[in-house]
Design a protein around this ligand. Structure first.
Ligand code: GLU
Length: 314
């Protein structure tokens, strides 16, 4: 087995849909093609939106499809916990390291202030924080605390982060202008995705992150955290998103493309084969097992643009 460690990192707030599934298939194929392994981490930071029954269902769906993982989820393993809802002490430690560097500050801005019509947005739809609370004095902070519990942000420098994405090629973001100071912790104490994902991928020994292109612009922020925390960053490959035949982005709300409906209509091999077809891994939509796609897998064949599902394929 090679040293490659890939991962599935689903947020179980509902049933898997085709888009999640496609990313899982590509993550699995890329790791297995290199003789590596796959870790399953359940991203249930928002424990209320992600009850355990969805995580269990997700494991059942992945197993049904033949996307067997080597470590994590309810199987456990040497790098647990594998459920983010159980990891607060681990995140706390990393957060304290960043705070000790003087880089963390409380932010009292409300959602509506941030989403003012004029606010510039990152390419993934987040507001680029204008720095309103960046330089509050201790007195101002004490006064504001009387009325509102703050969230916490990390300061970013005016600096370009460059990396070569395994699927999309070279990518650059300016931390200050394209991302802005970003959340590490919400006002209710829950740690933010950007911090959790870095801490977890590092402690689980993940060397290759494969995920949807909607997270491409998060990568610069995560590389910044890897650097601040003195952790080794993995390679990244962002796969193109699947769009419904009418061009809309697939989401968990698209019942038609949820695994519940798909399983009622198709076999696992039919679903895998059709996904492999739209992702350029085989020339026609013939049924395939995941194993049968390992040998010929190559990122070079995967399209770089969003993929519109052909009418009547699913
Ligand atoms: N949990 C995220 C999702 O399901 C993925 C995060 C990641 O892959 O970094 O969209």
């Amino acid at each position: 087995m090679s040293g490659t460690v890939g991962r599935f990192a689903p947020s179980p707030s509902g049933r898997l849909h085709l888009g999640n599934l496609a990313c899982s298939l590509l993550a699995w194929l890329s790791a297995k093609h290199q003789g590596g392994k796959i870790v399953l981490r359940i991203e249930d930071l928002d424990a209320e939106r992600c009850p355990r029954k969805y995580a269990d269902q997700l494991e059942e769906d992945l197993s049904w499809l033949g996307l067997v993982w080597d470590e994590g989820g309810s199987h456990g393993g040497p790098h647990g916990p594998y459920y983010q809802s159980e990891c607060a002490p681990v995140y706390e430690e990393a957060y304290a390291k960043l705070a000790a560097q003087g880089l963390v500050y409380p932010c009292f801005c409300s959602r509506s202030q941030l989403h003012a019509a004029s606010a510039p947005h990152t390419s993934d739809g987040n507001v680029i924080y204008p720095g309103t609370c960046r330089d509050l004095t201790p007195e101002e902070i004490a006064e504001k605390r009387k009325h509102k519990a703050p969230a916490y942000r990390v300061r970013v420098p005016d600096e370009n982060v460059r990396f070569v994405d395994g699927c999309m090629g070279p990518h650059t973001e300016n931390l200050l202008r394209d991302c802005g100071d970003f959340y590490l912790r919400r006002a209710d104490g829950v740690f933010a995705y950007q911090l959790a994902v870095v801490v977890d991928d590092a402690r689980m020994g993940v060397t290759e992150v494969v995920r949807g292109a909607d997270l491409l612009s998060s990568t610069a922020r995560q590389l910044y955290l890897y650097r601040l925390l003195g952790l080794k960053a993995p390679r990244f490959a962002h796969c193109p998103l699947l769009l419904a035949p009418d061009g809309r982005r697939l989401s968990k709300r698209d019942g038609d493309q949820s695994l519940e409906n798909l399983r009622a209509k198709y076999t696992a091999e039919e679903i895998v084969g059709r996904l492999a077809y739209v992702y350029g891994l085989q020339p026609e939509p013939a049924p395939r097992t995941p194993e049968s796609l390992i040998t010929d897998f190559s990122w070079e064949n995967v399209p770089k643009e969003d993929i519109c599902l052909p009418e009547n394929l699913f």
